[in-house]
Structure formats: C-alpha cells, structure tokens
Design a binder for this molecule. Sequence first.
Ligand SMILES: Cc1cc2nc3c(=O)[nH]c(=O)nc-3n(C[C@H](O)[C@H](O)[C@H](O)COP(=O)(O)OP(=O)(O)OC[C@H]3O[C@@H](n4cnc5c(N)ncnc54)[C@H](O)[C@@H]3O)c2cc1C
Ligand code: SF4
Length: 500
Amino acid sequence: MGKKTGFMEFEREHAAERDPRQRIADFKEYKRTVPDEQAQRQGARCMDCSIPYCSMGMDIEGSTTGCPLYNLIPEWNDLVYKGRWKEALDRLLKTNNFPEFTGKVCPAPCEGSCTVAISDDPVAIKDIELAIIDKGFEEGWIQPRVPHKRTSKKVAVIGSGPAGLAAADQLNQVGHSVTVYERSSRAGGLLTYGIPNMKLEKHIVQRRINLLEQEGIRFQLNTAVGTDILADTLKADYDAVLICTGAAKPIDLPLPGRDLNGIHFAMDYLTQSVKETLGEAPVDPHLNAKDKNVIVIGSGDTGADCVATALRQGAKSISQFSRSLQFPFQREPLNEWPAYPRVFSLEYGHEEAKMLYGEDIREYEIQTRSFKGNADGTVRSLYTERAKKIRDEQRRQFVYEEVPDSGEEWKADLVLVAIGFEGVENSVLDDFGVESSRGVISAEYGKFATNVEGVFAAGDARRGQSLIVWAINEGREAAYEVDRHLMGTSVLPTVGAASL
Ligand SMILES: Cc1cc2nc3c(=O)[nH]c(=O)nc-3n(C[C@H](O)[C@H](O)[C@H](O)COP(=O)(O)OP(=O)(O)OC[C@H]3O[C@@H](n4cnc5c(N)ncnc54)[C@H](O)[C@@H]3O)c2cc1C
Ligand code: SF4
C-alpha cells in the first residue's frame, strides 16, 4: 500500500491550473501535470483498502462509479509513492491504452468511490495517472510496439474515436491487419473535433495516432463509409468489421423561431472552433462569439465547453441555461458513497466566466419557450419561463411545474443548443443492414455482435453518448470478441460482462 499513515499526513492537492485571466487569451490547455513529488504524496494517501471501489466500474443510481477500465489504481498508487515509475507505467498500460487522454479529460468516477473520500477528500487518482504516462513519454519508455507476427486476418474499424482506436490497438497487437476508416481529415473522433484544445491539445492526440501508425495500423482518412466506400466492399475485403462511428446526432429544440440565423448546434460550433485553432478553416463570423451576447442552452459538459470557447472568442456576455436544479454543495442522503457524487462544481469555463463577469453565468430551472428575430432573419432574443423540477404525485418520476409570471426575455446574438445527443447520425447502419434501437446500434454489451455476421459495434454508436473511458472499455472488450470470432479463442485481456 502507499504509506500507512499517508491519508492522515497529506491532504488532497490539485493539479495547478493556469491563471484564468491569462488562459482565456489562448486555446492552450488550462491544467498542468503535477510534479513528481506531488503525485508521490497523493500515491501515499492510498489506503489500498480491501475492496477498491475506485477500480470497479459499475453503475450505481444511473451513474458510473469506479473506473470502467478496471485500472489497477491501488497498485500504481503504491508504485508511484515508492518512485517506481516504470513499473507503475507497466501496470497502467495493462488496462488503459490511452492514459494521456483519460488523465486529462476523464471525469474520474474512480475518485468519487475512493475509500478515503468517505471521510476526507479522495486521492487525486486522475492526476497520478497523467503523471505516470507523461513520465513514460518524457523518459522515452513509450516506443512503438510492432507485432512480431501477423495473422492472415484483416479487420476494418469504422471511426477513429477512442473506441475505434482502442479496438484497433488491441487487434493490431495480436497480429491482425487493421485499417481504420475515418471520414474526417484527422483521426481522433471527438478527442480531436469535439473536446476543445483547452482540455486536450491536439498534438497529444496526434502523438498517439503516429505511434499507432508506426505499429502497423493503417488510417484511411477522408473516407466516409456508406458513401466513399460501401459496406459490401468492406464485407468482401475484410474478415471482420467493427463500427465505432459515435453518436453525435444532436437533439434539437423545435421551438418557434428555431430556423432563425444565429441558432446552432453546440457540436457545429465546437468543431468549427477546433478547426480554426488548427488552421484547417478560416474564422466563420456566423459561428464565432466575438462581441456577441451568447446563450448556451444545456448544462452538460458540451455546454461548459461552449462557454469556455465563447469566452476565448471575446463574447460580450454569456448565459448558460439548465432545466435542472443547482446541485447541492455536499452529497445528499440518497447519493451516498460510493455512488458518483452529484455535487456542485465550477467547471473551468464557469470559473473563467465568473472571474470575467463577476458572477456565475448559469441559470437553473429555466426553460426556453421561443426565439425572436430581427427583420433580416437573425436571432435577437429568446423568451424563457421558470419551471420547478418536482416529483409527480405518485413520486415515481420528475415533472416540471411552471412558475407563474416568470417570463423573461434575454438578448441573444448567438444561441448554442447543447441539450444532448439522440444517437448515431449517419447512413452507415442502413448500408450494412445493421439493426438499431432508440438511436443506437443493437449489439449486446460483452458480445458486441450485430445482427450481421462478422459485423460488430462498440463505443457511443452502441451505448449512446458517454465518456472517453467507456469508449476505451468498449473498444478493448469488442476487440476481444472480434479476435475470438476470427481465431476461435483470444489472448486479449477482458473484464467481460463484469463491467456494466
Ligand atoms: C463536446 C464534447 C465534449 C466532451 N467532453 C468529454 C470529456 O471531457 N470527457 C469524457 O470522458 N468524455 C467527453 N465527451 C464524450 C466523449 O467524447 C465520447 O463519449 C467519446 O469520444 C466516444 O468515442 P467513440 O469512439 O465511440 O466515438 P467518437 O469519438 O464520436 O468517434 C466517432 C468517429 O467516427 C467517425 N465516423 C462517423 N461516421 C463515419 C462514417 N460513416 N465513415 C467513417 N467515419 C465515420 C467520426 O467522424 C468520428 O471521428 C465529450 C463529448 C462532446 C460532444
Ligand atoms: S480512466 Fe478515469 S475512472 Fe479510470 S482511473 Fe483514470 S481518471 Fe479514474
């Protein structure tokens, strides 16, 4: 274990963040990797408790608790505490293909279920994870691992997000010839074109893609399956196909005035911003917040990323709307450890906005009713009402009860709709004849097989919009099943249906 008395001696320390005043002037990452000694102090706080809930990804109260990759957290905590970094890296890479992504952007469901968190702040697990992989790259320990032997099997992976990349990595390592088809001009999926640079700079994603290429994976970019290349061709040319196309079809808000100019889906806005920062697209004034009153509708991560992006573009004002109540400052009785803590937090963009505008820009229990426009057809304002979220009479589900006379009009030159995703967005499923249900591909977790022989599905395309850590889990697990399908048995690791 770490240090017997570590959790009593040392407090939780956070990774240093750049000053909000400075960081809003650029699109660079806002967090820094922790120094070695800080990671070691945090490792020392690990109690190596007999049932490490931090490592056991499971669903409690509808949220993920513990690490879906079953990362061997107590083991690498101890190794880091003892300064045995190379061994810590070896343990980490046994379960996680891409710690440099999760170490930066995972919401860390492991930390909410850390045993130290019963009575104190949890071990800073995510910071330790990042420190280990960063050291791995710095020390030159991460080198291309080219498989010694090749099987004669060929696998096509459609989509280069974290699910597709994890699956490709696993399948390549056991010797199959893997080609990843990606319709965008860069690989990475939402790691590249969704998550803003402030959370994950794109050279970090490219560094991993380069490694995978050196290891033998082929990337066929600018190739949309279903249009540029058809399912029949892939089925004929490959021994197995894995669909990892994500679930980025946004939910719309079909309210009066929705067709006005200046109302956009958050994903279009964020993707454009990433392309501008990468120099792949010129600045589009319609999708830019400069000098505009911006309203972000939706309270999730995507909305928070819109806030941070609009700040950097020089928005005049920003408000973010949530239908729900503000989370409490402490766990409530129905949200006990080890469930994911549903408590108030200030995301990086919210902290920056508070610094700039002097207050939290979030509005709770508010619902948009309509949009109003100027004579030229551009949005001018939106109209809202307040509605309380309460239990229905049978106390079975939540309903919204309108607050009388609560109507308000808000100035708006740019409205970003970030209220979630309804599922898979393209015709690739029709082309393959793959069945879907409620917007996502029908393929049982643990088997990943679709109704079409030799065609598998994983990641958000199968489970719906989720997290990077789940996408990696699904990619790894699906690779095991694809390998078994091809070879009759598999030497790849699996946590099987344990991880639900
Ligand atoms: C704005 C935003 C911020 C987020 N922030 C976080 C975060 O901070 N932390 C976190 O854990 N999760 C976050 N998520 C969720 C996370 O990004 C996703 O759960 C994850 O990327 C899903 O991985 P995936 O591989 O299944 O799909 P994706 O990452 O969506 O990748 C799918 C890929 O398939 C490609 N594709 C689609 N159709 C075709 C086709 N027909 N032919 C070829 N290629 C195709 C797409 O271009 C894309 O590259 C965020 C999501 C969004 C939208
Ligand atoms: S991948 Fe996420 S849940 Fe797993 S150890 Fe890292 S931060 Fe925690």
